[in-house]
Design a protein around this ligand. Structure first.
Ligand SMILES: [Zn+2]
Length: 449
């Protein structure tokens, strides 16, 4: 059994891993780098055996796990694509949206290379997707596989592959604690020989005494203060997962009387994905199963077309993507307007790559510097309130460490983390389990599992 890391660097980028196992070749995830454009954003497809991939197994619908699937499927006519039903339903509009965004960028920038795939190729890809229920064993050639809920977002799942007396488990992105909607992971803890595990938060120790409940109470208190001074709140949020968790959390704050009734603005893609969450509420285990977000909370739609004439409303919450405030997205454009006024606030509620505009804003704010959100505007002073609330959908490093130790695999393969995060896990595991083989797979290098 061999693994080749197709990601171009050891970082949270275009996650994708080729496994070669007794003549069966399958690919775990097919991600697209969230910050890069063009071919550099893709995994290295030249490492795939031409026409020789039997299956793509997809952990969840975030684009850094599925965004290059239409490209990687080129020249792989026999490959099945296997994922949970919600992952397929959510990934379809996300990939079409990605095609639209790339098309627009190619037209604006006159660089055709940023257009990696079009709508036709997405539709062709979707026809070859197969839904797999959770915790049900299915064949994969002579091997067997099954998905286990990962607690990260709706449909998110780790995958166990077994055969010939050995087993491999790939976590994808995981959360071992309940969120407002998503319930914590239900992962297997025995019979795992090789464990491929995400390490996103490896460089961040959990704050002593931290609780998600207390963090939400702090957020409610800050929102109340912004509303009292007639400001607007921007929460940059990924359209999938973070937006639905935030809508339902804000709804709970309103019901508890912690903040007043207020308009919540979301973008078109977030709207579609929220409606899909509502439609699947009866079928997939989650908290607040009776809540229908569109009907019961009534978010307001703010499209890119309306945005130009829209003035930030006092006492409103803007849950806009992208979560990292990538250039020209609504969250980036609104932040440019809010920065100049003290009454407004920008509250981060998830992971930001330090080199993304959101990451740069947080750093500049901490240093008392100006920030450049858009090269056309140049650096701007930061006058509005900036804060960060830890409502992450990723597991704390302590929870992942506890999981690895309880599984006690023969071989732990560390992925999906920046170098300091990977290194913390490597060093800590080496100390706690001297006999465990630990690998940080170098891009493009085949590793025996
Ligand atoms: Zn994810």
């Amino acid at each position: 059994m061999q693994l080749t890391n197709l990601t171009r660097a050891n970082e949270i980028g275009a996650n994708s891993y080729l496994i070669e196992w007794d003549g069966i070749n399958f690919v775990l995830d097919a991600g697209l780098h969230p910050r890069l454009d063009g071919p550099e954003a893709l995994p290295d497809a030249s490492l795939l055996p031409p026409g020789g991939v039997d299956a793509f197994l997809i952990s969840h619908a975030h684009l850094d796990h599925i965004g290059s699937l239409p490209v990687l499927m080129r020249g792989q006519p026999d490959a099945h694509v296997l994922m949970t039903e919600p992952t397929g339903l959510l990934a379809d509009p996300l990939l079409h949206n990605a095609a639209t965004v790339m098309h627009r960028r190619a037209e604006e920038g006159k660089d055709a290379r940023v257009r990696l795939f079009g709508h036709g190729e997405v539709s062709q890809s979707v026809k070859r997707w197969r839904s797999c229920p959770l915790e049900r064993e299915r064949p994969l050639g002579d091997l067997r596989f099954q998905f286990f809920a990962s607690g990260h977002i709706l449909g998110g799942a780790g995958v166990l592959i077994e055969g010939g007396g050995s087993s491999l488990f790939y976590t994808g992105d995981v959360n071992f604690r309940d969120q407002t909607l998503s319930r914590k992971a239900a992962f297997p803890r025995d019979r795992v020989d090789a464990l491929i595990v995400e390490t996103t938060r490896g460089a961040t120790p959990a704050t002593p005494g931290f609780s998600r409940k207390a963090e939400l109470a702090r957020l409610a208190e800050r929102i109340r203060a912004v509303f009292a001074r007639k400001g607007a709140v921007l929460m940059p949020a990924f359209a999938l997962g973070k937006t639905q968790e935030a809508i339902s959390s804000i709804h709970a704050m309103i019901r508890r009387g912690e903040i007043p009734e207020c308009p919540i603005y979301i973008g078109g893609l977030s709207w579609r994905l929220t409606a899909l969450h509502d439609g699947l509420a009866d079928e997939y285990p989650r908290d607040l199963p009776k809540l229908r977000m569109i009907e019961h909370i009534g978010p307001r739609l703010l499209t890119g077309r309306e945005f130009g004439a829209h003035r930030p409303q006092p006492g409103a919450i803007y849950l806009l993507s992208s979560g990292m405030m990538i250039d020209r997205t609504l969250s980036n454009l609104l932040a440019q307007r809010l920065l100049a006024e003290e009454r407004h606030a920008i509250f981060f509620i998830g992971y930001c790559d330090p080199s993304s505009p959101a990451g740069r804003l947080r750093v500049a704010h901490a240093e008392g510097a100006r920030v450049e959100l858009d090269a056309r505007l140049g650096p701007q002073p930061i006058r509005c309130e900036i804060d960060h609330f830890d409502l992450t959908a990723h597991a704390f490093r302590e929870d992942i460490l506890e999981y690895i130790l309880s599984v006690d695999p023969r071989h732990a393969v560390l992925v999906h983390g920046d170098p300091p995060a990977l290194e913390w896990f490597r060093a800590t595991l080496a100390e706690r389990r001297p006999g465990m083989r630990i690998t940080i797979p170098e891009p493009g290098v085949r590793v025996e599992l």
